[in-house]
Design a protein around this ligand. Structure first.
Ligand code: MG
Length: 164
């Protein structure tokens, strides 16, 4: 087994509501997002990156949005399930690098809480999770505040029991 990398991307449209789930934290906003689950673009991109790194497909295959079990579910359920899948195959997460692309909301005040939560769900030290945020300078659907998106890059590596 070797170290492996994966990438993930997710986007959701804004819709009715007064908050947005971002990285497992409910961030107050003038709108919500349209989604089957909680529409957490950061955790969805992260799940896809982890599944990609492990060669396990994508989040839609594991948690189809046609399945009522996942309706309104908080996305840390997906993240911990994906982490369990990786661990069952002998992998642990090395580090996580995330980028939120949104004109709003601004997440500076929530960054530490988001990273700490993700680190905890993945069993990582806090410094192994990084979250960046950018606007698109008012360009495109993100810039027009029609929705928001996230990118994730991860490294996974053989766990302690498989390195001997
Ligand atoms: Mg999604």
């Amino acid at each position: 087994m070797n170290i492996r990398v994966g990438t993930g991307f997710d986007a959701h449209a804004f819709g009715p509501g007064d908050s947005v789930a971002l990285g497992g934290v409910r961030v107050p906003h003038t709108q919500g997002v349209v989604a089957h689950s909680d529409g957490d673009v950061i955790l969805h991109a992260l799940c896809d990156a982890l599944l990609g790194a492990a060669g396990l497909g994508d989040i839609g295959q594991h948690f189809p949005d046609t399945d009522l079990r996942w309706k309104g579910v908080e996305s840390h359920v997906f993240l911990t399930a994906v982490n369990d899948l990786l661990r069952a195959r002998g992998y642990v997460v090395g580090n996580v690098d995330l980028t939120l692309m949104a004109q709003s909301p601004r997440i500076g005040a929530y960054r530490d809480q988001i990273c700490a939560g993700i680190a905890q769900w993945l069993g990582l030290e806090r410094h192994c999770v990084n979250l960046k945020a950018t606007t698109t300078e008012h360009l495109g659907f993100i810039g027009r505040s029609e929705g928001l998106a996230a990118l994730a890059t991860v490294l996974i590596q053989p766990g302690p029991s498989t390195t001997a």
